[in-house]
Design a protein around this ligand. Sequence first.
Ligand code: NDP
Ligand code: 2IT
Length: 451
Amino acid sequence: MSSNVALNYVNDVYHTVKKRNPNEKEFQQAVKEILDSLVPVFEKNPSYIDHAILERMVEPERIISFRIPWVDDQGDIHVNRGFRVQFNSAIGPYKGGLRFHPSVNASIIKFLGFEQIFKNSLTGQPIGAGKGGADFDPKGKSDNEIMRFCQSFMSELAKHIGPDTDVPAGDIGVGAREIGYLFGQYKKMQGSFQAGVLTGKAFEFGGSLARKEATGYGTVYFVQEMLKGNNDDLNGKTVVVSGSGNVAIYAIEKATELGAKVVACSDYNGYIYDKDGIKLDTVKRLKEVERKRIKEYLTEHPNAQYSEKSEEIWTIPCDIALPCATQNELDKDAANHLIKNGVIAIGEGANMPCTTEAVDLFIEKAILFGPGKAANAGGVAVSALEMAQNSAHLSWKFEEVDEKLQDIMKDIYRNSVEAAEEHGKSGNLVVGANIAGFLKVADAMIAQGVI
Ligand code: NDP
Ligand code: 2IT
């Protein structure tokens, strides 16, 4: 088939998406990146076009939007907006995290839910794709306020989820504490203990060992595979990690364990630079226990430096950059800084942290680039392992889960490399990951008919 037919098809679908989802710039951005990279698939196998596969994939199966009223510690009533996007169930129950952040809106939840289709497929696990959350700001809220909010959120969400229907987990602003409160409310409403309805639970009530570590560790395992492909490794490398939340902390831990020196991390307010290497115990205590600002690191380590310009973290010279905070946090200028400073590899721990222009630059300069859908898939992969343990009523040892995680990350890397090669885009893991993720879901959808 001429490449024009494939290109026209992809462009037509993209224009419809733009028209149907006006002003949703993050969703449009995620769709554009994936659709563009699928052109070689339609050139090779035009029958996908006859099945209207993209038209069906870009439209969520269902979007739920709901009111979340809650009462603060002063007795004042607040109302937030909640979402669950059930995007695709071709290969398993909807699966994906919940995000509590003031920036949450339909565009953000849809971009995350759309990316989840391809990511979850890449893991090789039987999980479909969903995403949800609320425009709620957990910062500065008491434990009781968080609990009441989670209970109100679950009072509505419970109608739409279940161990074989839709299985939420954490994301920005949702960690073990929130999952605990959400699970408690679900259990009370159902009158039965259904462990597999949520993942990221504490170990005591059905959580998987190594789930907390899985996204950050997985990102570093993926970078390790990319380096191995170049006969290189992490030993002695200087690393910069953005964020200081769940993904960042465990990326720092694993990179350090593998011999790298992580010199910087950040939060929304600024970044710290510790040329001797970040002391992770301090970061863990500040962020996981005390829920304080990263600036407080200086109190214990006065030789470190602090800057209020968190986006300038990418001006610090490093061999490896791991953006682990949020979408579009690394733009073209940042990419140019990293390239000028000799960066070798980028691993996206966050979802879509690099802008389209930044990704294009890295690819153009042949910098090793691990896209989020592949590099951060370890989190949801271990969530699927948590579901498997829950349905078998047992729990595996930490080492067992960690080994499975490593195997999954290696498979994702190899499948992405091979898909890129087979479609004439050797070395381009953005294209490779998108294609490898797409094929399984597309074939499953076709096999199940037009539903
Ligand atoms: P957390 O809430 O635990 O941490 C988020 C971190 O990013 C915080 O340190 C936060 O700072 C920081 N941050 C947010 N916005 C900015 C910004 N504009 N500039 C600098 N720092 C910022 O979330 P997670 O670690 O779970 O998630 C991080 C990313 O990883 C997200 O993109 C998420 O979608 C993705 N992800 C998460 C997975 C998981 O298993 N948790 C799995 C796969 C991907 P502050 O505290 O100041 O807000
Ligand atoms: O973006 C992601 O993959 C997650 N936030 C994890 C989802 C999950 O279901 O574990």
